[in-house]
Structure formats: C-alpha cells, structure tokens
Design a protein around this ligand. Structure first.
Ligand code: SF4
Length: 388
C-alpha cells in the first residue's frame, strides 16, 4: 500500500506529453526512435508521476533504473523532481558537531572514532550559549534546518547531556527553525522525549547495503540501525536516513541501500547521499574519490523511487564544482548542508554557495513544521503552477 501523500502540481501528462512541451521538432523526427530508447528510468518515472510513490519496490526494479543510460536517468530524475517539488527550492541545513570525537564505535570512514588516529580530539558537549549562537548565525545565513550531531554510540546513560539537548531542541525550534539531531542509536522513550521537545527530524544513516555493512562497521548491526529508524518513525519524528558511497562497495550495494530505504514503511523524509571524504588515519583513508557520475546515478535513482523525499547532497560536496553540483540539482537533489564544516570535515564556502544559488536561480526552501504547513505550502505551489 502506498503510504506517502504525493502532491501532483500539474495535470498528469502521458509519457509522450512529457517529451513534447518545448521539443516538438525533435520529437516529431521519429516517435520510433524515442520508443526504442525507452529505459527503466523512463518507464518508472512515468509510472511514478501517474500513480505516486510506492514502497513495494523489488531490488531488480531498482537495479534497472540505476543501470539506465545516464542521460536518460538524469532526465527522468529531473522530470519526477519537477512534479513532486518546486524545482527552484533548495533547503539549506546547517550541521553542527555539538559533541566531537572520542566515539566508541568503529565506523571505518569516521575520524571521530576513538579507535583511529586522526587528530580529532574528544570534547565535551557544547554549552548552551555556543549552540544557540551557532543556530542564530545559521538562521541569519539562510538555513532553515539546524542539525546537531554528537559522536556517541547511543544516548543511554547520558541523562544530563540528553536533557541538555532537549533544551537546545526547544530553544532552536522557538527561533523558527526546523531542528534535527544525530546522536547515535535511540530508544523509544528518548524518541518520544525528543518529539515532545519539538524535534523535526532525526538523522541515522544506513550507510550502505545490509551485505556490505559488516565491512564498514562491526560495533552495531544493520538491524540496530533499522530499530532506531522505527523508534523515530513511531514517535512521529521525520526520518532522515541515507548513505555514503565510495566505501569500496559495488554498484549492487548502492542498489541494496536504496532498496532498503525505498521499502521502509514510509519513505524517509530526507535521504542524504554522501560521497566519502577519505580522512587520513581512518581505515578508508586510501579510497579513491567518488566520481560525479556515481553521485548523479544515486541521486536520480533515489529521486525516482522516493519522489517526495528531500534528497540531500551531503558530505563530499566540497569536491564538486558548481557545474557538477548543477547536475546533481537537475537529477533531483534539493537540499544541501551549508556552513564551514560538516561535523569535522571541510564544507563549501558560504559565498560560493550564495553565488551558486544566484547563478542557478535557486531559492532557499522555507521551513515546514507540520503536515498542516506542508499542505498549505503544496496548495500555494499548486496555485503557482496552475497560474504559470
Ligand atoms: S559515525 Fe557516528 S557512531 Fe560512527 S564512529 Fe563516527 S561518531 Fe561514532
């Protein structure tokens, strides 16, 4: 059963209508040639636009979308994106590490693990003034979501710190921003308390496929991660969950990750797609950088199979040029992290991001606090698209 509301903002086109609008000349060249180049990306994008999101995907179906010719995949990712979202809006999120380093886990990509010599020092939880000051600055710089990250396995036995974080959530929410946390594994009760404090979203990435996962992390299981996502979802908090590419995984693992995300009981509200930033001292320090083509393939596939999700161009963006990021937005990415750092690794320059928004005609996405706000926003957009 389809469980995600899908806002259609324009009259439903047939797949041929989609090819027509401003391209009558080349379309009329040969209907046969367009049919012969039909790909799984084209067929599934068309179905998605007609029927809305689904979460009964099979892995072979996702593989055929992922394996579609890249330009076709990019085109159809863009097509779905324009039907499910205002294509000009990109959400700006700011991520702050409120408790850095000294983590007991062994995530092999992470410089904050205490098991690796990366030069990242273990710190205590940041104080209230510094956190609120950072949130205010992020808001002034255009961010609508403030994410707080703590390098912990979980929050069990950290009652004082957890209560402090609940207070940060309340304060930042009252500043008119969406609030997200990533604090490790979460139990039911803690999820409920975070919801009560006003938390918008909780980030907990699956990282990779179930099969490849033990090559990356051994100190907690894939099922542990899924359990946290369940607790978050059942508490009524939006789930933010995605993965990292460039860990040494095969294409099939990327497909496996996307399959797990797209077959959750409800699609994650946000799906971060990270490109590994290889940090010296971690077991993955010698991994080759991810190619932009791999990012585009992941983003466009995620967009087609989870049309309403915010697909977030996350870690590794710093390595991509403006034209490369442009292709990611075209493929369906509609959210970025802004700010000097992404936890401990460098991020894109603020001025360069502003210039990119101006150059591409992008506008910051306003915050959404409830289903009611989201409905109002959709109605507004419907009106816009019908008047345009
Ligand atoms: S990714 Fe998170 S859980 Fe894993 S080592 Fe880093 S801080 Fe710890």
């Amino acid at each position: 059963m389809l469980s995600i509301r899908f806002a259609i903002r324009r009259p439903l086109p047939s797949s041929l209508d989609v090819l027509h609008p401003h391209a009558v000349n080349y379309c009329s060249v040969s209907a046969a040639s367009s049919a012969s180049s039909s790909s799984a990306a084209a067929a599934e994008a068309d179905r998605c636009i007609r029927e809305g999101p689904r979460n009964d995907w099979t892995r072979p179906q996702i593989k055929s979308i992922y394996d579609s010719p890249l330009l076709d995949l990019l085109f159809h990712g863009a097509q779905v994106h324009r039907h499910a979202h205002n294509f000009r809006e990109v959400q700006q999120c700011t991520l702050l590490s409120i408790k850095t380093g000294g983590c007991s886990e062994d995530c092999s990509y992470c410089p904050q693990s205490s098991r690796y010599s990366t030069g990242v020092k273990a710190e205590k939880l940041m104080g209230k003034d510094s956190v609120l000051d950072a949130a205010q600055k992020a808001k002034e710089a255009g961010s609508t979501r403030f994410c707080m990250g703590a390098a912990w396995r979980d929050t069990i036995g950290r009652k004082t710190n957890f209560n402090q974080i609940l207070d940060y959530v309340k304060q930042i929410r009252s500043m008119g921003m969406e609030v997200c946390c990533t604090l490790g594994m979460l139990e039911k009760q803690q999820a409920l308390e975070l919801k009560e404090a006003g938390l918008t979203a909780y980030n907990h990435n699956l990282d990779t496929s179930r099969e490849y996962y033990p090559n990356v992390i051994t100190t907690r299981t894939y099922d542990d991660r899924l359990e946290t996502l369940k607790n978050v979802r059942e508490a009524g908090i939006s789930v933010c969950s995605g993965g990292i590419i460039g860990l040494g995984e095969a294409d099939d693992d990327r497909i496996g990750l996307l399959h797990t995300l797209a077959t959750l009981p409800t699609h994650p509200e946000s799906v971060p797609i990270n490109a590994l930033v290889a940090v010296k001292g971690t077991p993955l320090e010698d991994q080759k950088p991810v190619e932009i083509w791999d990012m585009i393939r992941m983003i466009a596939t995620a967009r087609i199979i989870m049309p309403k999700a915010m697909v977030r161009l996350s870690a590794g963006r710093v390595r991509f040029s403006m034209p490369e990021q442009t292709l990611c937005f075209l493929a369906g990415a509609n959210s970025i992290f802004t700010g000097e750092k992404l936890l401990t690794t460098p991020n894109n320059d603020y001025d360069a991001d502003q210039l990119m928004f101006k150059m591409l005609g992008l506008i910051p996405k306003p915050p959404v606090f409830s289903a009611k706000d989201s409905d109002a926003e959709n109605i507004e957009e419907d009106a816009l698209s019908s008047s345009g």
